[in-house]
Design a protein around this ligand. Sequence first.
Ligand code: AMP
Length: 596
Amino acid sequence: MEKFRELGLDGEILKGIADLGFETPSPIQEKVIPVILSEERDLVALAQTGTGKTAAFGLPLLQKLEVEKKNIQVLILSPTRELCVQIGNDLKNYSKYCPGVQIVCVYGGTDIRRQIRDVSKGVHILVATPGRLCDLIKRGAVDIDAVKAVVLDEADEMLNMGFKEDLNFILDETPEMRKTYLFSATMPREVERIARNYLHSPLEISVGKKNQGADTVRHEYYQVKAKDCYETLHRVIDCAPDMYAIIFTRTKIDARDIAHKLQKDGIDCDALHGDLSQTQRDEVMARFRSKRLKVLVATDVAARGLDVDNLTHVINFNLPEDVESYTHRSGRTGRAGREGISVAIVHSKEKGKLRRIEGVLKKKFEYKEVPGGDEVCRAQLLYYADKILAAEPKETLVNYQQELFEKFAELSKEELIQKIVAYEFGKLLKKYAGVEDLNLSESERQGGRERRRGGRLEESAREFTTFSVNVGKEDGFTPRDLMAIINENAPRKGLEIGSIRIFEGNTKFEVDIRGINGFAACFRNVNFNGLPFTLTEVKDRYGRDRDRGKDGGRRNGRDFGGKKRNSTANNKWRKNESRFGDKRKSSGAKKRKKST
Ligand code: AMP
């Protein structure tokens, strides 16, 4: 506690955190607390989740409150309802001994009138999601004119969720003299832009290097055939009986399907995805937090801001398209100094993605063999044995123990164990008896380019080349749009498309090289929101970069027609509009979640 005192914290606050068992400050707390307490300057802190950043900004801001004034002095913005509530609860715990401090959380998906009533009673710290706060400001229900400090927590996530305009609006409403503290796990261009526009010569602090996950996380991967990914997942879960994990999938359909299959296979699990109502989401989360669910299957969006501290594993059933998402996913385990494991289940086509993540993270994934039936059964039985050994006999057993002893009197210890195992694990032992070895041979793992079976080129032997088109996130372009265009226009049906990565202003995707003859025709005479496509081959079939331009495919590459953005030729294309031509009405850069 002495160390916290040396950082400048005092009295009631120290008492509050002592009750929570805090003894020494975490690295980010050591760096941030003195700055907020005594240096009148803005701050950009690059910090992963689980580093103790809530206390890093929360403790000094609580200490600086002028409790006798009944106005909003601190505004904390966070991407999701869950994180909002978590921050609110943390601050209430820290200020347990600070009389009169009022902390209110406002977020979407719940009754706005109750929140308006709560705010009207007088608030010192308002914790909010951007969408809901904008609504409240526009209704005149919240006054942030006197705010002294704004915290942007998980700024990268807020921007990922499409809150850019809301953030701009809110920051413009706060006084020029406020201090701004920006926290982000990653520093993409959009976050840098916010920092540039709204922070005044901020002090930059980093705990852990850029894009690196927590050191307490071990990264492991299993490489199997695409058709064996589910069975591998199932065995990995069965082989870790004390697992408490989130499984990430790319789509909500996958999340639902996998949760459904795992439930059928007897695993306590459920799915969290965007189609759930707030009540259903709360119900799933309550079961997961109380550990009635061993695993939660979720999409990245649904899991945002979800704050569960003691996960043993994070499982990437599909690797995400970008490294930042992987950092966010894996950062959910290995928190508060505990060990965590981030598992990736990859098939041959995803190996490149894995290497890319390793490159940015500067960490190697450890290759793991898919457990066989024996390993799974051994893990389950020994776990069960440990549980039995750890169990304390109950006093009330005395009433029945004589009868029980007599019932088993004829059995030896060995026979008794055999019977218990047969009773408890009969199904498991049967299921795993003689199961197939899912591990690939060494040459299969290396992707043996010329490997053929039955005359057919196998999946791992496929070669892809990378193309780029000049529309991206800011145009509202989605993988579905891309696939629709290709499916409708490609001269060759069933063309294999590899990974699709959508950037702000462009999109990169892989195409099986056997289908690229005439492929450029897909994008001819087609425009998106009136913007003609420019198709560029970024990587040639030997994997060499053709495009070294920063804007990803609009320079240097081989162009396959189309015109530049804003070109005067737009009119000509409009005459020729495809069904993608009028999309901007319903989509485009404005598309975002209004509330969380
Ligand atoms: P956060 O990154 O703010 O979500 O914090 C992660 C976890 O670490 C939370 O459960 C905090 O209560 C806990 N924590 C934060 N600071 C400390 C500290 N100095 N000592 C012990 N636990 C802490």
